[in-house]
Design a protein. Structure first.
Length: 289
């Protein structure tokens, strides 16, 4: 299992104490009914009850941590922080609770990008192997390296087949544990071809063509989305700061007011933060190709 974000204790300790919080797990899982599926698709090898219990431990730890920190700060400064203490402690606990419960969805999103990025090259490799007369099992074994998450999934399929599962059952299991709709659709095509006795190469060719068209459409859509975002960037990062500083200088010249020196470092820091945020935002919008 990947380490839970912001976990206060080592994994082994969290698992040892999680059993005492199972009583809250039912309530947590009712609030997030997709948690079991999310954990499977995120490759987090942990029982949903145990996971929700570790999330509760993390939230409670930060609740009491913030309470003690503000109590200590209040005594040191001789100030009563009690109302703010409770509010901030509850806010910290709530943030840890929600971030922990939705952490699998973040991992799933990363996996989907990795799967979609390498899916078409892997399917082309599989198509060439099948069209060359190579048996499907050997073709699947041929794409177990070099294609990131896609290779990992095909490696699981090959492992299940070697363990005695039927090809269709192994492929259906891959569909269940996968978050990428494109990957699942490709596996469905292969499964249907096996079941109906159709040409697997033809099914692969059809899905490759569909996925390629979808990628081209995604690239065009991304290019169209960049135009308004570029305008927003120009306004927020270039025009407003330039005009704002000019306005401040003109006002100070006419009124004789002194501009505090801290203003300029603050503007520079705001621009730097906006630049970092905007670059990450645009990067997150880029299609995984």
């Amino acid at each position: 299992m990947n380490k839970l974000p912001f976990a206060p204790f080592p994994q082994s300790v969290m698992r040892r104490f999680s059993k005492y919080f199972y009583v809250f797990s039912d309530s947590v899982m009712r609030g997030v009914p997709s948690l079991k599926t999310d954990l499977t698709q995120a490759k987090l090898d942990i029982d949903p009850y145990e996971y929700s219990a570790t999330v509760m431990i993390t939230a409670l730890f930060y609740f009491f941590l913030f309470i003690f920190l503000f109590l200590f700060l209040g005594k040191a400064l001789a100030v009563n922080f009690f109302p703010i203490n409770i509010i901030l402690s509850l806010a910290a606990a709530g943030f840890m609770l929600f971030s922990g419960l939705f952490y699998p969805k973040i991992v799933i999103r990363r996996r989907m990008r990795e799967l979609n990025k390498n899916l078409v090259p892997a399917l082309r490799h599989l198509f060439i192997e099948v069209k060359s007369g190579v048996p499907l099992f050997n073709a699947l074994a041929g794409v177990t390296k070099g294609y990131g998450e896609v290779s990992f999934e095909f490696k699981r399929v090959v492992k299940d087949i070697n363990a005695g599962s039927k090809e269709i059952d192994a492929l259906n299991d891959a569909v269940k544990r996968n978050p990428s709709f494109s990957f699942r659709r490709a596996i469905w095509q292969i499964s249907n071809a096996i079941t109906s006795g159709a040409d697997i190469g033809g099914a692969l060719q059809a899905i490759i063509e569909d996925l390629t068209k979808e990628q081209v459409t995604a690239i065009r859509r991304y290019g169209q989305e960049l135009n308004p975002w570029t305008m927003i960037y120009m306004v927020a990062a270039v025009i407003i700061p330039s005009l704002g500083i000019t306005f401040l200088v003109v006002i100070s010249a006419f009124s004789g007011a002194v501009i505090p020196k801290i203003i300029y470092p603050l503007i520079a820091a705001e621009l730097l933060g906006f630049q970092i945020f905007f670059m990450n935002f645009v990067k997150s919008k880029r299609p995984a190709i």
